[in-house]
Design a protein around this ligand. Structure first.
Ligand SMILES: [Zn+2]
Length: 250
């Protein structure tokens, strides 16, 4: 993303550059999101390593810059952590004996000759039709997507009312580095990979997204909402942060 035109801001000796929607500080580039609903500044380090700052409308850039500078150590630690986790993601091979996750359990793969469907889960094993092996990844993703849609639709139906949330549609798709999202028109989406997680963790993802119907940010009131419906959300959240990446190697 081009950083021009530059409007240099002096902050504690380090040069901060800004182009309106991005801010460069100490060699790091932050995407700046402004929102009328926000009360505080928040820095996010995505799993991809992308950086962003969410800020209330009207907070001047130099305030953003000094906020970032105060947090530089934390930011660098986070970036390293994410990079380390990224490297850990195993790459799957679609061969006999390879393990594939589904709702937290690993199932071994068996290539079979005669089978009507591309893929099925039978007696605890994934059976992949040998003639479909050349497009195994797509076959798996399609299977996971169908199962995820069924599982999350049931979960949402069970919990949305209780949480006072109107859901217009449940969707499952590739959400990149996000597990889920909730849009203002009541659509809740989940990454197909979320069906690889253990049920209690997938449930946390679901409650988290539904809570966004009440609070679009990650403010204290958002987490209070999550806690009302999932008192032990903290352990589930940290499990996801630590182990979530393991499900990405498909
Ligand atoms: Zn969230």
């Amino acid at each position: 993303m081009p950083l021009l035109p530059l409007s240099p801001v002096r902050t504690g000796g380090k040069l901060a550059r800004s182009s309106g929607d991005t801010l460069e500080i100490d060699g790091l580039i932050f995407e700046v999101h402004r929102s009328d609903r926000r009360k505080t500044l928040q820095i996010t380090v995505e799993r991809s390593g992308e950086l962003s700052i969410t800020a209330p409308t009207g907070v001047p850039e130099w305030d953003l810059a000094s906020f970032v500078e105060e947090k530089l150590l934390w930011i660098h630690t986070k970036i390293e952590e994410k990079a380390r986790l990224q490297k850990r993601a195993p790459i799957k091979e679609f061969v006999n004996g390879e393990g594939f996750l589904y709702l937290g359990k690993s199932h071994r793969l068996r290539l079979v000759e005669n089978q009507l469907v591309d893929l099925c889960l039978k007696n605890g094993r994934f059976c992949l039709r040998a003639s479909s092996a050349h497009r195994a990844r797509d076959v798996f993703i399609a299977w996971y997507t169908r199962r995820a849609l069924k599982w999350f639709s049931q979960q949402v139906a069970e919990h949305a009312n209780r949480m006072g949330v109107q859901v217009s549609e449940v969707k499952v798709q590739d959400l990149g580095f996000r597990w889920g999202s909730f849009s203002a028109d009541g659509r809740v989406s989940f990454h197909w990979k979320a069906i690889l997680l253990p049920p209690r963790i997938a449930q946390y993802v679901m409650i988290h997204e539904l809570a966004h119907a009440h609070h679009p940010d990650h403010s204290a009131s958002f987490w209070t909402k999550v806690e009302q419906h999932l008192p032990d959300w903290r352990t589930r959240k940290s499990w996801l942060a630590e182990n979530g990446v393991q499900v990405e190697g498909l």
